[in-house]
Design a protein around this ligand. Structure first.
Ligand code: NAP
Length: 284
C-alpha cells in the first residue's frame, strides 16, 4: 500500500492563513507583530532567504524591517544593531541570517538577541529552556516537524521515535521536542552501529543527515511515519531528500516529500514565533 504523503506545502499554507487571520484580529486591538531580519554581506542564497522572509511578513500583515549591512561590518557594529533591535518596541522577533562573514563570531551575536525576541530559537538560553521544558520560542524547523507529525494525525506519546542526525539546529532539538511529546527517543549519528536495525524499529523516523537518498526501505518499519528533513541538490539540479522517497513510499505509513515537505514549514514557524512573541509582549 502506498504511504500517505504529508503535504508540508499545503499545511504550511494553512498555518500561514491562520496567522494572517489572527494578525488581523490583533491589529484591531492595536497589536502589530514585527520581525527584524539582519543580513550582513552579499551572499546570494542568504539574500533570497531574507527576501522570502520579508515577503511572507508582508503577507501576514506584520511590521517588517530588513537591515542589510555591508560585508565589512564589524562585530561591534552588528552587536550595536542587535542591541537597538532588542530595545525597539515595534520589533518582537529578531533574526540574524546565518552564515555571518568569517570575522564575526556567530555565537556572540546570537547570544546578544534578547531571549523573548529569539524567533530562530537558537540561543543557548532558548535551547536550555527547550531542554528543561520551560516556555520558550522553539527552533523553527524542529517545531515544524512536530506540527507535521501532529497534523498527519499521529500522537508521538508512547511511540518509538528515531532521529538520525544530531546537529544543534535539527537533530538534537527535534529529539528534545519528541521527548517532550512523550515519545521514546533514540538518536543516531555517523558513529552509530547497526543503524538499520535501530531505525527499522521506529514508529516515527526523522532523518536529518544531509546525504541524498541515503535512507532506503530497509531502514523503515512498515507503516512508520517518515519525516525527511534533508535538502540536497543533485548533479541534475533537482532537489532530493535524505530518504529514498520512491523506495520508501510503499513501506511507510506516511512520508514527507522533498521539496514540499519540511522546508515550507520552517518559514511558517518563524511567522508563528513572531506572532507568539508579539502576543506575549502584549500580555495576550
Ligand atoms: P549537519 O549539521 O551536517 O548534521 C548532520 C548530522 O547527520 C550529524 O549529526 C552527523 O553525525 C549525521 N550524519 C551524517 N551522515 C550520517 C550517516 N551516514 N549516518 C548517520 N548519521 C549521519 O546537518 P543539519 O544542519 O542537521 O542538516 C541536515 C539536513 O537537513 C541537510 O540536508 C540540510 O540542508 C537540511 N535542513 C533542512 C531544513 C529545512 O528547513 N527543511 C533546515 C535545516 C536543515 P555526526 O554528528 O556524528 O557527524
Amino acid at each position: 500500500m502506498s504511504a500517505k504523503v504529508i503535504e508540508g506545502k499545503r499545511i504550511a499554507q494553512e498555518i500561514r492563513e491562520e496567522i494572517r487571520q489572527e494578525t488581523e484580529r490583533l491589529k484591531e486591538r492595536g497589536i502589530v507583530p514585527g520581525l527584524a531580519v539582519v543580513l550582513v554581506g552579499g551572499d546570494p542564497a542568504s539574500a533570497v532567504y531574507v527576501g522570502n522572509k520579508e515577503k511572507t511578513c508582508k503577507e501576514m500583515g506584520f511590521h517588517s524591517e530588513v537591515h542589510r549591512l555591508p560585508e565589512e561590518t564589524t562585530q561591534e557594529q552588528l552587536l550595536a544593531v542587535v542591541a537597538d533591535l532588542n530595545r525597539n518596541d515595534a520589533v518582537h522577533g529578531i533574526l540574524v541570517q546565518l552564515p555571518l562573514p568569517k570575522h564575526i563570531a556567530e555565537k556572540a551575536v546570537i547570544d546578544a538577541i534578547a531571549v523573548e525576541k529569539d524567533v530562530d530559537g537558537f540561543s543557548p538560553q532558548s535551547t536550555g529552556n527547550l531542554v528543561i521544558g520551560d516556555e520558550s520560542l522553539l527552533p523553527c524547523t524542529p517545531a515544524g516537524i512536530i506540527e507535521l507529525i501532529r497534523r498527519a494525525g499521529v500522537d508521538p506519546a508512547g511511540k518509538h521515535a528515531v532521529v538520525i542526525g544530531r546537529s544543534n539546529i535539527v537533530g538534537k532539538p527535534v529529539a528534545m521536542l519528541l521527548l517532550r511529546e512523550n515519545a521514546t527517543v533514540t538518536i543516531c549519528h555517523s558513529r552509530t552501529e547497526n543503524m538499520e536495525a535501530i531505525a527499522s524499529q521506529a514508529d516515527i523516523l526523522v532523518v536529518a543527515i544531509g546525504k541524498p537518498k541515503a535512507i532506503g526501505r530497509r531502514y523503515v518499519k512498515p507503516g512508520a511515519i517518515v519525516i525527511d528533513v534533508g535538502v540536497n541538490r543533485l548533479e541534475s539540479g533537482k532537489l532530493a531528500g535524505d530518504v529514498d522517497y520512491d523506495e520508501c513510499l510503499d513501506v511507510a505509513g506516511a512520508i514527507t516529500p522533498v521539496p514540499g515537505g519540511v522546508g515550507p514549514m520552517t518559514i511558517a514557524m518563524l511567522m508563528q514565533n513572531t506572532l507568539k512573541a508579539a502576543k506575549r509582549k502584549a500580555g495576550v
